[in-house]
Design a protein around this ligand. Structure first.
Ligand SMILES: [Zn+2]
Length: 371
């Protein structure tokens, strides 16, 4: 370099500089267009809707209803009337919900499924009495009609199908809009408007066909579910929790009733005095059920969803509101997410004031359809 003249050096340098400048500006342009391209690409991607595969799968809520439930004819002025389901279905169909609803078909529970819970003698008795045209079941205050047996068998079948579809991840949760109700029916005795214990039949089917070991049944009907308690009283695989009004039909459900034998400690009864509100029920629910489930850790949650604790119900004496039922449901959903892979199925039990019943069921369905 020392042998080169300063002019030559200057010339070379200016040529090199100009080449470098040209190269730099080309690189700069390339870089700018590269980054602009990236930006544009990102922008245009964010404008496009994500493909179906990218979205987390949002499952529908299943509603299990059949017009055949209306054929269980209880006569004029009976509180457990077909109008209950008509009011609920109409309200649901006129509402907008967060998730799509699925109304899956289902069939009658089989004799084998029924007799996992009820004695064969009792199952024969109800078929015989309905066949003979009796108006009232001989074991308790349950009205019978020609359409009663089909309705009851279908109601049990609805619970079984709802559990099946939850287990197969076809629905996120199920609500069975059925009648006659079920939670007062014991293994060998129908009573309290009930014939077959649908929720117990669903629980036994989950255990037999899906290998579910531990099931929680939550019963928030205003009445104690004496039948369900009785069926699982000495069974540690099904935890029965009931929150109900103190001192009314059927007279069971005292907090000292906690199970027997292997089932000791797997029944939990909470009594509320007449007039108790959402807040009182909610506090009792949180203080009793949530700690118990830390031990039990259910794999599936079934809910005996009665709405006769609504403040305007003509039979019950508690003072819940539809928003209270929604709050209960949100707590149940939290429990299900924590222990049960989100698995819940609701079975309709009581609830006799039509506007309050329909509004409360809708709030529960809204709560379970909210992700
Ligand atoms: Zn009830």
């Amino acid at each position: 370099m020392g042998s080169l003249s300063s002019d030559k050096l200057n010339n070379i340098s200016s040529q090199q500089i100009s080449r470098i400048k040209t190269r730099d500006s080309r690189m700069k342009r390339n870089l700018i267009s590269f980054f602009t391209g990236l930006l544009l690409m990102n922008f245009s991607q964010s404008e496009l809707p994500p493909s179906k595969a990218q979205l987390p799968q949002k499952l529908p809520v299943g509603i299990f209803y059949s017009d055949l439930f209306l054929n269980h004819d209880t006569g004029i002025n009976h509180p457990e009337s077909p109008d209950r389901l008509r009011a609920i279905v109409k309200t649901i169909k006129n509402s907008s919900l967060h998730s799509p609803l699925l109304w899956p078909p289902f069939s009658e529970a089989t004799p084998a499924q029924i007799t996992r819970v009820h004695t064969p003698a009792y199952f024969q008795l109800i078929q015989k009495e309905i066949g003979e045209g009796k108006k009232l079941l001989s074991t308790g205050d349950t009205v019978l009609s020609p359409g009663t047996l089909t309705a009851a068998l279908l109601a049990s079948g609805a619970g079984i199908e709802a559990c099946d579809l939850v287990m197969k991840r076809k629905i996120s949760s199920g609500f069975c809009l059925v009648r006659p109700p079920g939670h007062h029916a014991t293994t060998s005795r129908g009573m309290g408007f009930c014939l077959l214990n649908h929720i117990a039949i669903a629980a036994r089917d989950l255990q037999a066909r899906h290998g579910i070991k531990k099931i929680l049944i939550i019963d928030f009907d205003v009445h104690h579910g004496n039948g369900t308690q009785d069926i699982f009283y000495s069974d540690a695989s099904v935890f029965y929790y009931s929150i109900h009004q103190q001192g009314i039909y059927p007279g069971t459900g005292h907090p000292r009733e906690t199970g027997e034998g292997k089932g000791k400690g797997f029944t939990l009864n909470i009594e509320l005095p007449a007039g108790s509100t959402d807040a009182e029920a909610f506090a009792a629910f949180q203080n009793s059920l949530i700690p118990a489930m830390k031990q039990f850790k259910p794999e599936f949650i079934l809910i005996s969803a009665g709405f006769d604790a609504h403040h305007a119900d003509p039979i019950g004496g508690l003072a819940y509101t539809p928003q209270g039922y929604a709050a209960f449901t949100q707590e149940i959903q939290k429990l299900a997410k924590e222990y049960s892979h989100g698995r819940t199925v609701f079975m309709l039990e009581g609830g006799y004031g039509l506007p309050g019943l329909a509004a409360s069921v809708l709030e529960v369905i809204k709560a379970i359809s909210t992700p």
